[in-house]
Design a protein around this ligand. Structure first.
Ligand code: AMP
Ligand code: GLY
Length: 403
């Protein structure tokens, strides 16, 4: 099988690793890729905002499958163009990608599918905004309706800050604050059948102790020993399957990866958000643990053939820590190119881009061992002008030792 993977982040580096390991793959191409991906795939220059360029490259390479990593080309509708010329594509249509492209659309589909989420009001005027802020009270949750790379959400107890963020958005969703640990749980969908992956936890805030701004994600780990034992089955039943059924019923089937960002509240699972692609950095802990051959799995999804599929996982734990440029996420400084040390066993370095520069994943028999390996790898990288959180998976690792 010949594959084209689109994207250039740590997520795509991890996906490239998984795709390359599948014996069915004869050629792996990635565009634009990054220096780490270049060791695994043939890379091609590409502007991911240019749909025609993606289609032209897929056609020229005559690939059997295109896997789209980031949300932008999906929201731009590249999957529709690829399918229209008969190329199997892992990634939702433009219509289905609105689950990430518009918070308001996602709320409507959840309502129709009977999927539990925070109560919310969509506002376009100052009067509506102030009314909604007072209705829900502090802490305020204010979300830009459109795509914002995980940075359009402000959660604050400061009403003035909440108001200013809301006024800066042309359409804004204001919602109830959900209390409880957050879990990222991904489903791989062929449009009718959705197969749930194991859960991961992401660390969204920039600094230790969950301080600082929301980012794309500063680290992750999997599995989650503290989560309810049936979390995968429950999320499949209450969230993933109803969403896929509702999208199919609307005539816009969801083919690709449905990312459910969940809060485990004391009244049950609530959806915080959906994304329509693999999460970054959750992918950097999930793919090294997934034993099911990745290319064949994504090809089955793209060709509506997932029924009966069961995923196989390694027993290992994985922890990933992101190295970011100082100033990330608001104003990442430019960082000189980084000299990497030779890779050591049970550790992966995944290259990324300008804000989040790379991530180090450690695998181990337990979280403590995985965490030690990730931190050993990242602390050995000499990268002036960068920072990383020191508390990724710390609480879960301490809890594990107490078991
Ligand atoms: P989102 O982009 O919607 O995932 O929001 C980014 C982050 O903001 C989430 O991962 C949560 O940490 C936080 N957040 C979003 N919505 C809520 C909510 N309703 N209640 C509590 N925290 C939230
Ligand atoms: N890790 C959060 C995201 O990929 O959006």
């Amino acid at each position: 099988m010949k594959i084209l993977l689109v994207g250039s982040g740590g997520r795509e580096h991890a996906l490239a690793l998984g795709l390359k390991a599948d014996p069915e793959v004869s050629e792996l191409h990635c565009a634009p890729g990054n220096p780490g991906i270049a060791h695994l795939a043939t890379t091609h220059i590409l502007d991911i905002a240019d749909n025609e360029a993606i289609v032209a490259l897929a056609r020229e390479l005559d690939v059997d499958l295109v896997v789209i990593g980031p949300e932008l080309p999906l929201v731009n509708g590249v999957a529709d163009l690829l399918r229209a010329i008969g190329i199997a594509t892992f990634g939702p249509s433009k219509a289905a990608a609105q689950l990430e492209g518009s918070k308001n659309f996602a709320k409507e589909v959840m309502r129709d599918a009977g999927v539990a989420t925070a109560q919310s009001v969509t506002c376009t005027t100052r009067v509506e905004i102030e009314h909604a802020l007072d209705k829900f009270g502090a802490p305020y949750v204010v979300k830009d309706d459109g795509l914002a790379g995980g940075k359009g959400v402000v959660v604050t107890s400061n009403r003035e800050e909440a108001l200013q963020h809301a006024l800066a958005c042309s359409c804004v969703v204001i919602e109830e604050f959900l209390e409880g640990p957050e879990v990222s749980l991904f489903g791989i969908s062929d449009g009718k059948t959705i197969v749930a992956m194991q859960p991961a936890q992401d660390f969204k805030r920039a600094h230790d102790g969950d301080q600082g701004l929301n980012t794309g994600g500063m680290g992750a780990y999997s599995p989650l020993a503290w989560a309810p034992s049936d979390i995968v089955e429950q999320t499949h039943r209450e969230v993933l399957a109803p969403m896929v059924a509702e999208m199919a019923a609307r005539g816009t089937p969801f083919v690709g990866l449905l990312y459910a960002g969940l809060a485990l509240t004391n009244v049950g699972i609530r959806v915080i958000e959906f994304n329509v692609r693999f999460g970054d950095p959750e992918t950097q802990v999930l793919i090294p643990r997934l034993k099911t051959p990745l290319a064949s799995l994504l090809y089955k999804a793209a060709t509506r053939n997932l029924e009966g599929e069961k995923l196989q996982w390694s027993e290992d734990c994985a922890v990933t820590v992101v190295l970011a440029a100082n100033g990330y996420p608001s104003a990442p400084q430019k960082v000189a190119s980084i000299e990497l040390l030779p890779q050591v066993a049970d550790t992966y370095i995944f290259h990324a881009g300008a804000g989040r520069i790379l991530s180090a994943t450690g695998l181990g028999h337990d979280l403590t061992e995985a965490r030690d390996r990730a931190y050993r790898a990242i602390s050995q990288i000499d990268a002036p002008g960068t920072f990383y959180r020191t508390d990724i998976a710390l609480n879960a690792s301490v809890a594990e030792k107490g078991d």
